[in-house]
Write a protein that binds this ligand. Structure first.
Ligand code: KG4
Ligand code: ZN
Length: 331
């Protein structure tokens, strides 16, 4: 069978990324221009600046991606682009660029949901992984527990009712004085501390999550106790967050008689969360999967992988494709 090459384009937040992926599983290139250094001084992503930066670098990243993969535009079978969710201005840069490229090259255009892309990041790391499985997506903007029934069929089992996990990590890092992006900094500082501070845990009858309570508790504690041990606070925060994530995953695994749990999204880089889910998998006698670190945070290889499964499913986007900032998974 002929190989299928998909070009993935990602610009939903502060990473401009273009990748070439073979048969949905093999990364030939995954070029990423991160804007972290630019947004750092503002303590978070400034949407207008993000859009401008995407516009400035996107064509260079495309050329770099083709060169790294050692292919030319003519070799590509389809162009897959993140349609949403994300920042509207940032998304529009990728969508407009992809439409232009599709028009000029006459290559089919495929729309990709960013959250489905995060799930697909695991297909690139684990060649043997196939649906069905339960997936926990933990990123800066999303916290979802999803029943992945097939490559194109997703059922949301639970989601956050307020903040996403990554958002809570970033906020905690900011109040503790660690700066942006907070997740990796909290992860590192927590290694020097003990989880000896009691923080509120929120549970619901269904598989939803809530992280605004714990976020506020950390902010208040930090405010009221100036000499609080920040490493202990970070370790306690991570433990409480992980307890909430694990509780719902245990329920979902039991309810759906699943023999595996797949974790995805930027926060799945967290060392404490990985260790905890390794232990949970041993305890439940199931397998646990995470993408390799570079495929956890935003990148276009995961968009190309997801786009491949949309493409072979016959999905095609028209040239009037628009960005949808609040696109839901499965839509
Ligand atoms: O998936 P992602 O790149 O963007 C979204 O789609 O939202 O995730 C970014 C999030 C940020 O909140 C960042 O702080 C968090 O992932 N993150 C981490 C770690 N590395 C990245 N959070 C906890 N521990 C980490 N090691
Ligand atoms: Zn993401």
């Amino acid at each position: 069978m002929k190989d299928i090459l998909i070009m993935g384009i990602e610009s939903s937040c502060d990473e401009t990324s273009i990748s070439i992926v073979k048969n949905g599983r093999e990364v030939l290139s995954n070029c990423i221009n991160s804007q972290i250094k630019i947004h750092e001084e503002y303590g978070g992503v400034v949407p207008e600046i993000a859009s401008r930066c995407h516009t400035e670098v996107i064509n260079r990243i495309m050329k770099e991606s083709l060169k790294t993969a050692n292919v030319c535009l003519n070799d590509i079978d389809a162009i897959a682009v993140t349609q949403g969710p994300g920042l509207v201005g940032a998304l529009l840069v990728g969508v407009s660029y992809a439409k232009g490229l599709s028009y000029v090259t006459k290559k089919p255009l495929v729309a990709v949901n960013h959250i489905e892309g995060h799930i697909a990041g695991n297909y690139l790391t684990h060649k043997d992984l196939k649906p069905p499985f339960i997936c926990l997506i933990i990123s800066g903007g999303h916290t979802h527990l999803v029943n992945v029934k097939s490559y194109n069929d997703f059922e949301i089992l639970g989601k956050t009712r307020d903040d996403a996990v990554g958002e809570a990590f970033d906020k905690v890092a900011r109040v503790v004085g660690l700066g942006y992006p907070g997740g990796p900094k909290v992860d590192n500082l927590a290694k020097e501390g003990e989880p000896n501070i009691k923080l509120p845990i929120t549970h619901f009858d269904n598989l939803d999550f809530s992280f605004s309570g714990i976020k506020t508790a950390v902010i208040n504690l930090n405010h009221k106790t100036p000499n609080i041990n920040k490493a202990d606070l970070c370790a306690s925060f991570q433990l409480a967050v992980t307890t909430m994530l694990e509780s719902n995953v245990r329920k979902a695994i039991k309810e759906y008689h699943s023999d595996k749990i797949v974790i995805a999204g930027g926060v799945s880089r967290n060392s404490f969360i990985r260790k905890s889910f390794d232990d949970l998998a041993k305890d439940l006698n199931i397998k646990v999967y995470y993408p390799e670190p570079i495929l956890c945070t935003d990148n276009a290889a995961m968009i190309a992988a997801s786009g491949y499964y949309n493409y072979i499913n016959g999905e095609r986007a028209k040239l009037n494709l628009n960005a949808i900032p609040n696109l839901k998974i499965g839509e």
